[in-house]
Design a protein. Structure first.
Length: 76
């Protein structure tokens, strides 16, 4: 497994990995704690691919549950 180079975050407009993950949480509507946990499990090499896919799937699932009338707590 390779590690994402630190300058890759800067090339994409972020100051560092933490800044990127905070923005990813904001963009997807997934709580930062969840983003950090998933990022830790997947590792930096998946930050721009697998992590994004997983968070989009999670956010889509939460949207679907909300549309079905279920109460969705995205903060906990």
């Amino acid at each position: 497994m390779t590690t994402t180079p630190a300058n890759l975050y800067k090339q994409n407009g972020y100051t560092d990995r933490k800044d990127y993950l905070r923005n990813l949480a904001d963009d997807t509507g997934v709580p930062l704690q969840t983003v950090l946990m998933m990022a830790d499990m997947l590792g930096p090499s998946e930050d721009f691919d697998g992590l994004v896919s997983e968070l989009e799937d999670l956010a889509d699932g939460q949207d679907y549950l909300g549309e079905c009338g279920y109460s969705v707590d995205m903060e906990g």
